[in-house]
Design a protein around this ligand. Structure first.
Ligand code: ADA
Length: 568
């Protein structure tokens, strides 16, 4: 993957991004496909979404991708896929080697036991909605679920002893103390002691690992880096942390920073932060979810131009390349596992909860070292007001805290008036649309006050509060003297009233994620899309799907600019 730093100097990694052979198999069952008999009669870019291309626009079904990989020897290899949407099954030389449920997350497939040489790699990809097989992507969600190998693909030669993962947490920002965990594995009991070295900010710490019959283990060590520059939104200093273990190596890029909640504030390195920004879908009309780095960077340039320091990655785990740019640009990120208005019955369904746990595990594994990720989210607008759903919230939030106790946790609630799970999270986040779906623009302050009064009434008012969604739709270019809903003027007026109420007239909110940064295609299977999704799109962006600014863009830029000027 094209990262902003080089993860490996010695480990041999084959980048598989290119145009692969392709065949759209359509409405067939993957279990009944003979891999050897597929006629690859087309070609498709990887990364890419086949249903974002003209030839397959809107198509749903089973697709097959093929490329050639080289296995230079018999050492263990791993195929690393950063996102397959939204169900995939992987074959090498016709032998099934792996399967994965859910898009937007990195996963690895062991490639072992093959003779050296060139091999056919085939990936079956299914973008159909099938709750039993893939309960994470459902056809009533309000974004178009593009299908394909949507993020980069690599083949890693692991060798006989390798690094599985490196996790770095800032234990104490003032002392510049890092806690580092290294997961390692080997293909066979290692005959010799394994030498480990960790270098960061000019300092190296070494350890020797005793071989063991488990062929796997975890190394924990601390590093203090006096004088090393800290990461903050204003000064996003980063450091490369380089691990060698035996003959393997792994480089990460980290920021020395701590995120804490204190009363109604979120602190970064002990300093309160105000989060001003947007919800952003990872989508583009011509690329689907396979948004190229050029677009990622252009999006961030516009967000910075508007004075933003915050992006909520709605509603799924973010791409490592986007997070690399956020790390460098001081853009704070709310990274959340996939979810959208889940039903009560999902919250007690073991298949759904298990799939959620895998998505959470993979999200945290892939993005835990990004300084820009300052909080974890989950279960957008799900039944946090239903007693029968609470155990599911406890289970999934507990999983996040177990994997990463260093970051605050939140979920975006659309039930502020009767939510019963706010006690489980560190930050109270509320999605509401006064002035769009109900009430008028003039009612926005009273409506939000009512929500917060209830939050205070149940004893959750001493936590930070983020307005995690609020906004209005505007059709790009639609302006008229009535200035009513769907016009750019109405959207601009609503966002002006919202920002003024939240940050000029009050100081309760410490964050705002406007819904939304850019327009995005929605699902045609949404309930009553004709009435609510003009053009088949969610039109609440302050830029359209091609990132062309609407009137509201300048309003947000002016107001966020005034707020940032206050901060000095
Ligand atoms: C919800 C949801 C968003 C979007 C929004 C809207 O808040 O979380 O994904 O669907 O509503 O535009 O109505």
């Amino acid at each position: 993957m094209a990262r902003r730093f080089r993860p490996h100097d010695f480990r041999r990694v084959q980048l598989l991004d290119s145009v692969w052979d392709f065949a759209f198999l359509g409405d067939v069952d993957a279990d009944h496909v003979d891999i050897r008999r597929i006629s690859f009669n087309d070609r498709m870019a990887v990364p890419g979404c086949f249903d974002a291309t003209p030839a397959y626009a809107g198509r749903r079904g089973l697709a097959a991708y093929r490329t050639r990989i080289l296995l230079p020897d018999r050492t263990p290899h791993e195929l690393v896929l950063d996102g397959v949407h939204h169900w995939g099954r992987i074959f090498v030389e016709g032998k099934m080697v792996g399967e994965h449920v859910g898009g937007f997350t990195r996963f690895g497939v062991d490639i072992a036991g093959f003779e050296p040489g060139q091999k056919d790699l085939v990936v079956l990809v299914d973008n159909r909605m099938n709750y039993e097989r893939c309960p994470l992507h459902l056809d009533y969600f309000d974004w178009y679920h593009f299908g394909g190998i949507s993020r980069p693909a690599e083949l890693h030669r692991l060798g006989y002893v390798w690094i599985d993962a490196v996790r770095v947490v800032t234990e104490d920002y003032s002392a510049r103390r890092l806690a580092i965990e290294i997961d390692w594995a080997s293909a066979a009991p290692s005959p010799d002691k394994i030498q480990v070295a960790v270098t960061c900010a000019g300092k190296t710490v070494r350890q020797t690992v005793e071989p063991d019959e488990e062929n796997a283990g975890q190394i924990e060590l601390k590093m203090e880096l006096p004088g090393a520059a800290l990461w903050s939104p204003e000064e996003p200093n980063l450091h490369e942390l380089y691990v060698t273990l035996g003959e393997d190596d792994y480089r990460q890029r980290i920021g020395i920073r701590q995120v804490q909640c204190q009363g109604r504030q979120i602190l970064i390195n002990g300093k309160p932060v105000r989060l001003l920004g947007f919800n952003r879908h990872e989508a583009h009309p011509q690329f689907g979810h396979a948004v190229p780095e050029q677009i990622m960077l252009a999006d961030l340039q516009q967000l910075r131009d508007m004075g933003c320091n915050f992006v909520r990655g709605s509603h799924y785990p973010q791409d490592a390349r986007f997070l690399d740019l956020c790390d460098e640009m001081g853009m704070c990120v709310w990274n959340e596992s996939i979810g959208w208005n889940q039903k009560v019955e999902h919250m007690t369904d073991e298949r759904f909860l298990r799939a959620q746990e895998v998505n959470i595990d993979e999200m945290i594994a892939a993005s835990c070292n990004h300084a820009s990720v300052i909080m974890w989210g989950l279960l957008n607008e799900s039944p946090s007001n239903k007693p029968e759903a609470r155990a599911g919230y406890e289970r999934l939030i507990g999983r996040i805290r177990q994997l990463d106790p260093s970051r605050p946790v939140t979920y975006a609630s659309s039930h502020p008036i009767d939510d019963i799970c706010f006690d489980l999270v560190d930050i109270v986040s509320i999605n509401q649309y006064p002035g769009w779906y109900h009430n008028t623009i003039a009612d926005i302050p009273a409506h939000i006050d009512k929500c917060l009064a209830r939050v205070d009434g149940i004893g959750q008012g001493d936590k930070p509060f983020i307005m995690s969604e609020i906004g209005a739709a505007a059709i790009y270019g639609c302006r008229d003297m009535n200035e009513d809903r769907w016009t750019e003027q109405y959207q601009a007026k609503l966002l002006e009233a919202t920002i003024r109420y939240l940050f000029f007239d009050n100081d309760r909110a410490i964050g705002l994620a406007i819904w939304q940064y850019c327009d995005g295609r929605s699902m045609p299977t949404l309930p009553s899309p004709i009435m609510t999704r003009a053009r088949g799109f969610n039109n609440k962006g302050v830029v359209d799907e091609y990132r062309r600014p609407k009137l509201a863009y300048e309003v947000v830029k002016r107001l966020f600019g005034e707020l940032n000027a206050e901060n000095g």
